[in-house]
Structure formats: C-alpha cells, structure tokens
Design a protein around this ligand. Structure first.
Ligand code: GDP
Ligand code: IMO
Ligand code: MG
Length: 423
C-alpha cells in the first residue's frame, strides 16, 4: 500500500482540517508530519465547530488511527487542553491516537524564547504565533532537543532543567522587557507531561511501514502551507519546518517511492496571517469583503488574515515543489457577489515579465499582472453537484486547471463537511 499526502499550497489556513475530515473515511490511518500547535485546523459538522492543533483531523471518525509523527513538535500544555476539549464530547481519543517517540517537545522556555526573539526584531518581526515553534526546531537541528521518548527515561527532569537553564540565559541575552512566571509555567508543563504519558508512544516509522505492508491506507496531513516552508517559502517570513511534500517523508519515515497522490489544497483567493510579502494583497473594499464573507481570522491567534486575489505564479510554484496530482479548491462560496474577479498570471520583475516565483517577492521587486474573470452572483453554499455551479465559476475552475496543468477534483462551498462537491 502507498501513502497519499494532503498539504496547503498557499500561506496556510486553506481548509486542510475540513478536507482531511472529509477524506478520512477512505483511510485507515491519518498522520500529521510537521508543525505544531501553531496550526489551527477547523472542522465543522452537526452544527459544531472544532479546532485541532496537534491532533490529526481524522480523530472524529470511529475507526481511523491517528498518528502524531516524528516531524511534529508537541507542547504538552496545549495538547492537554486539546485532549480535554475532545473528551468533553465523550470521545475516546486515547485508543486511536498514537504519538511518535521521536517527536520533539516544546518547553515553556521555547515559548518565551519565541516571544523574546520576536520582540527583539521590532518592525522586522515574523508575526509568529508565539507557540515556541522556531526555538524548538532550532534545538532539534542544533541537537539539543528533548523528545517524547525522553519522558520514559529516568533523567527526564534533569534533561529538562539543563535545557531550560540554557534558555533562561538566552532570554536574558535578548534584553527585552518580558513579564513571566517560569515556576508557574513549569508546574503546568509537568502536569501536562503526566497527561501526555497516558497516551501510547510508538516508533511511528516502524508502525507506519508495517501498516503499509499489511495493506493499510495512510493519509499524511500537512500543517501550514507551502509558502511558509523553511526552504521554499518566503524566507525569513516562514515557519521552521518543511511543509512541502518532502516533509511528509522525513516527518513520518516514509520513503518517497511510497507516496502516491499529493492533494494540494488552495483557497479560490489568497490569505496570509503574520508578516511577509504578499504580491496580490488587497487594501481596498474587495479585500475587506473577502475577509468579512470568508470570516478570515486566525483559528489560533484570532488575528485578521490579510486577503488578496488568487496568485497563479505562486500556485504553480507550490504545485511544482510538491508534485501535486490533484487540486482541491476551497471557499469558492466567498467569491460569490463579485462582478469581476482578478487572477494574477505573472509578475513584473526588474522590468521583465516573469511567470515563476523569483528569489525575492518583496513589493519593491514584484508587481503582479492580473487578468480579469467574470464573477458569479449565486449563493453556492447549498449546492451539492458540480453541474449546479454557475457557469462563471466553472470557467474560473477550468482556467486555473489549464494554467496549472493539474485537475481540480474537489470544490468546497462552505465550512461544513457536507458542503463539499466532487468533480
Ligand atoms: P486549515 O488550517 O488549513 O485547516 O484551515 P483553517 O481551519 O485555519 O481555516 C479555514 C477556515 O475556513 C475555517 O474557518 C473553515 O471552517 C473555513 N472553511 C473551510 N472550507 C470552507 C469553504 O469552502 N467555505 C467557507 N466559507 N469556509 C470554509
Ligand atoms: P495552519 O496549519 C497560517 C504563520 C504565522 C507566521 C509564520 C511563522 O493552520 O494552516 P510560527 O508560529 O510558525 O513561528 O509562525 O507562519 N503560520 C501560519 N499561518 N496557518 C498556519 O497553520 C500557520 N502556522 C504558522 O502567522 O507568519
Ligand atoms: Mg489554520
């Protein structure tokens, strides 16, 4: 058996949670491969909205096993809250959630370091979610990190202390004004570690490869989006993991030749939360309409998301880096009511017109070139079949398919599980 991947092609929040939930009935295992509680994956069904942070979006299905892979970074404190939130719905999470021993832990001081680093950057700040992601991955690659498996060792507390003491010295080095009570944060952390310990820790690469041999189907769930990838995103305004397809191999221990389909998910327009370049960003009424109708506020931080037109230059780049085999278009319903839609098909870059993503897409280097498409007025949210969609939307879809050269197989027309149209 092989593995399919589902990942975001823009700057995150494309609707990954919703689609993983929709697809879960087709898979035996859902596995998160990178990122941490900077992610907020929203699912809606039966009139209830759930936001998942570290737990894979297959958790609401009875049979699927959910795995938090080695590439993920886990904050026990956030995890405990997430678990308790799900248990309120009488869900038996523990029997179907497995955690990689090789996943790294986010310590309270990682969160503090994130805040200190951002504060020291002033206007140049990344706009981090401040969940400690960057400092935790730094400790991972710097070979100083603490992993889930270390919780089972006798000297976990000593390891913790040594690293936290080092972090405190680093926080002092930043010399920024920060108020915190580390003792309280540590008490909360160790209580949460006890909760984490009640879950099943596994050697997830072994588990997943054995599952494949036994004929089980696996869907790997990405977090963030391709343009936030540490290598291929809009560096330094990125997250600290590989959000692209290769990250699923390193984040789960799955060989590249085991990957079959790569589902690339994108919004019918573009959003970004946090700082960094965004060539098609709108500062006018159209952008405000997208934000209002699309309810574009971060699922984790509540920050307003910046909105703009669809950027095909960036989309093609993400499709290429990931080897996307099928596209899923989200939030088509949000564009209902516009007379005219714009789509970016190229950039003016240093006096030339280019159709690839250059090294530097800062505003002063790149001017987007737009073409116009006719909008549609109909409310899509009650539609269930592709044939029902307005002709202008079908033309919009066909135009994207032609430009990007990958078929759009799913059109999402609302946040609910049921508002999903297969093409
Ligand atoms: P993720 O991080 O990729 O899982 O996406 P988020 O959950 O952060 O953000 C997507 C938001 O859009 C959530 O509030 C979803 O409920 C919502 N959503 C998903 N698909 C659609 C859609 O097709 N239409 C509308 N209107 N909302 C959607
Ligand atoms: P999901 O999985 C959107 C953004 C932050 C910031 C940058 C770095 O829900 O799509 P970090 O916390 O990693 O230091 O933040 O990345 N960011 C996201 N934006 N969706 C996300 O996740 C994000 N995770 C991080 O806003 O600009
Ligand atoms: Mg999100």
């Amino acid at each position: 058996m092989t593995v399919d991947l589902l990942l975001g092609l823009q700057w995150g929040d494309e609707g990954k949670g919703k689609i993983v939930d929709v697809l879960t009935s087709k898979y035996d295992i859902i596995a998160r491969f990178q990122g941490g509680p900077n992610a907020g994956h929203t699912l809606e069904f039966d009139g209830i909205k759930h936001v998942l942070r570290t737990i894979p979006s297959g958790i609401f299905h009875k049979t699927a096993i959910n795995i938090i892979g080695n590439g993920v970074v886990i904050d026990p404190v956030v995890f405990q809250k997430e678990l308790e939130g799900l248990e309120k719905f009488n869900m038996d999470v523990k029997s179907k959630l497995l955690i990689s021993r090789k996943a790294h832990l986010i310590l309270p001081t990682h969160r503090l370091l994130d805040a200190a680093s951002e504060a020291s950057k002033g206007k140049a700040k990344i706009g981090s979610t401040l969940k400690g992601i960057g400092p935790t991955y730094m400790d991972k690659t710097g070979r100083n990190g603490i992993r889930v498996g270390d919780i089972e060792l006798g000297d976990f507390k000593e390891r913790y202390r040594a690293l936290a003491d080092k972090h405190e010295a680093m926080i002092a080095f930043y010399d920024v004004d920060m108020q915190y009570n580390l003792q309280e944060m540590e008490a909360e952390f160790f209580e949460a570690v006890e909760v984490l310990k009640t879950l099943q820790f596994i050697d997830s690469e072994e588990y997943l490869n054995n599952a494949m041999k036994a004929g089980k189907s696996i869907l790997a769930e990405g977090a963030q989006g391709s343009l936030l990838d540490i290598d291929f995103g809009t560096y330094p305004f990125v997250t600290s993991s590989n959000t692209t397809a290769a990250g699923a191999c390193t984040g789960l221990g799955i060989a590249p030749n085991k990957v079959k389909d790569v589902f690339g998910i994108f919004k019918a327009y573009t959003t970004r939360v946090g700082s960094g370049p965004f060539p098609t960003e709108l500062f006018d009424e159209d952008g405000q309409t997208m934000a209002r109708v699309g309810n574009e506020f971060g699922a984790v931080t509540g920050r307003p998301r910046r909105c703009g037109w669809l950027d095909l230059v960036a989309l093609k780049y993400a499709v290429q880096v990931n080897g996307v085999t099928q596209l899923f278009m989200m939030k088509g319903d949000v564009l209902s009511g516009f007379d005219t839609l714009k789509v970016c098909t190229g950039y003016k870059y240093k006096g030339e017109v280019i159709s690839h993503l250059p090294y530097n897409i800062e505003e002063e280097n790149v001017t987007p070139i737009f073409i116009e498409k006719k909008g549609w007025q109909a409310d899509l949210t009650g539609m269930t079949k592709y044939d029902e969609l307005p002709v202008e939307l079908k033309e919009y879809i066909e135009f994207i398919e032609k430009e990007v050269e990958v078929p759009i197989k799913v059109v999402s027309v609302g946040p609910d599980r049921t508002q999903t149209i297969l093409k």
